[in-house]
Design a binder for this molecule. Structure first.
Ligand SMILES: *Cc1c(COP(=O)(O)O)cnc(C)c1O
Length: 266
């Protein structure tokens, strides 16, 4: 690795200009892809092994349609009701799919079972059970990621690292959930070594789990990294990066709306 470690880009946070045209989206997507390629190159990875998941939370239908025109076909949303409304409103875009990446209350599992293609924040057996039952009713299957709290912050959702092995053992019971891997949110910090430690923790956990995981459970995917830290995540093995602001532009809703302690850790 180079002598200057990759820095976070949290200084850009809240400053990305809003994308207002298909051209803007094409440009932003190309810029993010270049950053992905460069990060891969630094550690000798093939960029084909990193999926970019654009995150459209808080963005309105008009902007989402521009992103679609620029080529986006799978979008991440972290509130299920917001995602469901968008799915309903854009039924005419038959090949636009939705990934729910935020915490889900059990009483809203029904919605996810109805329309989502992917769910990245699985963090309880009760939720797994409810989702599985609802999916059975809908006659659908769902790709899921187990969310792990690698930063040990109370405000973050996800299983504690030492709970994940037992959780994964229980997964084959839920025939409509296809476990793809693990997901995490790093510490929201400008200190790159602290951010990197979260990503390393997730990768090491995955390596450990692979020794004991049931055959039906795939742990190939590591979903980690967002606009401010996805390059570090890729250097540590991310296969999915969830990028909102670097593609759509800054959100008008403050991050404290999503991460109650984000404001204090800038
Ligand atoms: C909002 C969000 C992201 C993307 O964050 P950006 O700073 O917009 O790139 C990634 N993951 C989750 C879970 C999110 O809620």
């Amino acid at each position: 690795m180079s002598t200057t470690p990759t820095q976070t880009r949290h200084d850009q946070h809240g400053r990305y200009p809003r994308a207002e045209s298909v051209e803007d989206f094409r440009h932003n997507l190309a810029t993010v892809q270049q950053r992905i390629d460069a990060a891969c190159q630094r550690v000798g990875r093939d960029p084909a092994g990193v999926r970019l998941l654009p995150v459209s939370k808080t963005m309105d239908e008009a902007h989402i349609r521009l992103a679609y025109a620029a080529g986006c076909r799978l979008l991440g949303e972290n509130k299920v009701q917001e995602a469901h409304h968008k799915w309903e409103a854009m039924q005419d875009l038959g090949d636009l799919h939705w990934s729910v990446i935020g915490h889900l209350q059990t009483n809203k599992a029904k919605l996810v079972a109805r329309f989502a293609s992917e769910f990245q924040a699985l963090d309880s057996l009760r939720l797994a059970e409810t989702l599985d039952r609802r999916l059975q009713t809908e006659g659908r299957q769902l790709d899921v990621f187990v969310q792990v709290n690698t930063s040990n912050e109370d405000s973050k959702f996800g299983l504690a690292p030492n709970e994940v092995a037992a959780f994964v053992q229980a997964m084959p019971r839920f025939g409509n959930l296809r476990v793809r891997g693990l997901m995490t949110l790093a510490l929201f910090s400008a200190a790159p070594e602290q951010v990197r430690a979260c990503f390393v923790r997730l990768r090491q956990l995955r390596e450990q789990l692979r020794q004991s995981a049931p055959a039906a459970v795939q742990l190939d995917e590591l979903s980690m990294g967002m606009s401010g830290d996805f390059e570090i995540a890729i250097e540590e093995g991310a296969t999915v990066v969830r990028v909102g602001q670097a593609i759509f532009g800054a959100r008008s809703v403050p991050d404290s709306h999503y991460w109650p302690d984000a404001a204090g850790t800038r």
